[in-house]
Design a protein around this ligand. Structure first.
Ligand code: ADP
Ligand SMILES: N[C@@H](CCOP(=O)(O)O)C(=O)O
Length: 309
């Protein structure tokens, strides 16, 4: 057919890093791909077990997002060939929906002749995802600190930080799903003044520590009172891991996004071995099956290559 085929590689991400609720995200070297081309009829090919069961018609998130981009650019919505893969598990707190949204937006934008720049894609992705943390990290790579703009039409204000040297992550991925929607539903509507002050202080310290590579401060900086205490009821082992990780080799620990994945930062192999033994004992006590992965930060964000189909 010889039509341009756009391939976008997108990193998974972790959001919040403890106190930076809906504001801090970091990209991981764990990738999804979205391939997209204009087509006679829409065809959606989903590769791998993780994507099994997702709609393979125009109801698929990837098609919906791409169609929305064409419409927003004032262009007719085309029929599309879409092929997707993912290394990241879905509904585990590693930003799969954000990666899918970013992948589909970047691919569709390229096919549409690039009507939008990356800042605008960030704003569209944030509107679709509801918060800027995961989509910012997936789009730009590294660590992204962002918030919602005062007015909808304004760009998303953000700063991208290079991840500190020597920051390694052990992620603990339980074998059960937890939708972000469900994990947001358990959060209160109103917080006490001490809890708000606690999170402002911790989130500010976290960002300053990440910016200056002060890994020694992460343990204290990653304290949170806005979401982890409430989500702990949905994530067996979270309380013990947050309480005990620093005494067992971690620089700091957090729930990854809305969970149920948990993460521990470390810097040496000796710390990782100690942490792994600790994590194994906590998870076995709770009888939850899980796997662990060692992940490094991704520094590149969404990457595009073009071939033909
Ligand atoms: N490649 C994909 N194609 C279509 N939908 C996807 C894809 N990846 C993720 N999703 C959608 O995103 C949902 C997961 O989003 P969410 O509950 O926010 O969890 P998380 O983002 O932490 O993985 C999936 O149930 C699915 O509906
Ligand atoms: N800030 C959001 C992040 C959700 O991340 P996900 O990977 O679980 O979708 C939240 O904490 O709700």
């Amino acid at each position: 057919m010889n039509r341009p085929l756009v391939r976008v590689t997108v990193p998974a991400s972790t959001a919040n890093l403890g106190p930076g609720f809906d504001a801090v995200g970091m990209a991981f070297q764990l990738y999804s791909t979205v391939e997209m081309a204009l087509s006679e009829t829409t065809e959606i090919v989903l590769i791998g077990e993780e994507l099994e069961g997702l709609p393979a018609d125009k109801g698929n998130l990837l098609y919906q997002v791409a169609a929305g981009l064409f419409a927003e650019a004032g262009l007719p919505v085309p029929e599309l060939y879409i092929r997707a893969t993912t290394e990241a598990p879905l509904t585990r707190g590693l930003g799969s929906s954000a990666a899918a949204i970013v992948g589909a937006l970047v691919a569709a934008n390229k096919l549409a002749g690039e009507p939008f720049d990356r800042e605008r894609l960030f704003a569209i992705a944030t509107r679709l995802e509801g918060h800027p943390d995961n989509v910012g990290a997936s789009l730009f790579g590294g660590i992204v600190v962002a918030t919602m703009p005062e007015r909808d039409e304004e760009p998303i204000p953000y700063v991208r930080l290079a991840p500190p040297e020597g920051l390694h992550t052990l992620v603990i991925i339980p074998d059960y799903p937890l939708s972000t929607e469900k994990a947001r539903h358990v959060l209160p509507d109103v917080y006490s003044k001490p809890d708000v002050i606690y999170n402002v202080g911790h989130s500010s310290l976290l960002v300053a520590a990440l910016a200056q590579g002060r890994l020694d401060l992460l343990g204290q900086a990653m304290g949170d009172r806005l979401h982890q205490p409430y989500r702990a009821a949905l994530v067996p082992g979270l309380r013990e891991i947050l309480d005990g990780a620093s005494r067992n080799g971690a620089l700091g620990a957090a729930l990854s996004g809305a969970g149920p994945t948990m993460l521990c930062f470390y810097s040496t192999d000796a710390e990782r071995e100690k942490l792994q033994a600790f994590v194994d004992s906590v998870m076995q006590k709770h009888g939850v099956s899980y796997r662990t992965m060692r992940l490094r930060p991704d520094e590149h964000g969404a990457q595009v290559t073009i071939s033909t189909r």
